[in-house]
Design a binder for this molecule. Structure first.
Ligand SMILES: [Cu+2]
Length: 302
């Protein structure tokens, strides 16, 4: 009787949970629609990994990230098949039946020990062989100034990405939260700083092909995560911190930037376009954008 009551209670809690999730989902869908890009994305994002457009010679960690993901998939399939088969074998072999007596002493088999050592060795390979070198490259191998990296600041907010370029003088204007205004000053530029006069504000990330980019990631409000799937780079955007990342695109086109951190109700709509251009087209865009927003049309990409 008692267990039946418990089952009923469990079913009730589950039903409330499912109904609640369904209601929240329906409500969230009604509140906003994801922004559509003004241009189609380049390349087939595919069922497995999106295209990898990193300049692999300059940014080898993008290749290591793919290797790591592929190895993990192989490893997980092996574990799933191995443990799944063992589980089914045990269900059949040790089922309760007439004339069969339970054996409660621990088994003394060598095969389980070998399996566990094998798993540990493989995990060490994933960590020491792939993850740590890739992480070290992301964090330590910043392109030097003689490679002429393009500097950009990425400022996240609910639910939009803002991009800040230093303009033709190459120096970022001073910014401070006290100057922030969503409509007239989305970057919080100090109007009295001359270096800020030529700074560029954009809602699309323009980057040159085959030239490194150093991006400083920050946020105005909550924690977001700046994610460019086609470049295999992801970095949390944290209020009060400016965290640098670097990458180098090796293929022109239009690609998606996402927010990879659940940052609020409209998190799913927090996308932006990354436009990779060859050097001449990028320079043209840069010069035009520096003249000020009123003469600059975001849709005018090339
Ligand atoms: Cu976000």
């Amino acid at each position: 009787m008692n267990s039946r009551r418990q089952t009923a209670k469990g079913v009730f809690v589950l039903a409330v949970l499912v109904l609640g999730l369904f209601a929240a989902h329906t409500w969230a869908q009604g509140t906003a629609t994801a922004p559509k890009f003004s241009v189609p994305l380049t390349g087939n994002y595919g069922p497995h990994l999106p295209p990898n457009i990193a300049n692999i010679k300059a940014q080898p960690y993008a290749h290591t990230v793919d290797k790591l993901i592929n190895w993990l998939h192989v490893f997980m399939v092996l574990l799933f098949v191995g443990w799944g088969s063992f589980f089914i074998y045990c269900l059949v072999k040790f089922r309760q039946r007439a004339g069969h007596k339970a054996e409660t002493r621990p088994i003394k088999a060598k095969v389980s020990k070998y399996a566990e050592v094998g798993v540990a060795v493989f995990e060490a390979f994933l960590l020491i062989g792939l993850s740590i070198p890739a992480w070290a490259s992301v964090k330590n191998d910043f392109p030097s100034e003689d490679k002429n990296p393009q500097h950009v600041r990425v400022l996240a907010e609910q639910f939009q990405w803002n991009f800040h370029y230093p303009g033709p003088d190459g120096i970022f204007g001073r910014t401070s939260p006290e100057f922030l205004d969503a409509a007239s000053n989305p970057l919080g530029l100090d109007p009295s700083d001359a270096h800020g006069k030529d700074d560029i504000y954009a809602t699309q990330l323009h980057v040159p092909k085959d030239r490194p980019v150093i991006a400083d990631i920050s946020s105005k409000d909550v924690i977001h995560s700046f994610f460019i799937p086609v470049l295999r780079i992801k970095q949390d955007a944290i209020p009060g911190m400016r965290i640098p990342i670097w990458f180098e695109a090796g293929q022109t086109g239009n690609y998606e930037i996402e927010c990879a951190q659940l940052c609020g109700n409209n998190h799913y709509s927090m996308r932006a376009l990354m436009v990779v251009q060859d050097e001449a087209a990028f320079d043209k865009w840069y010069a035009k954008a520096a003249q000020g927003p009123e003469e600059f049309n975001e849709d005018d990409l090339d």
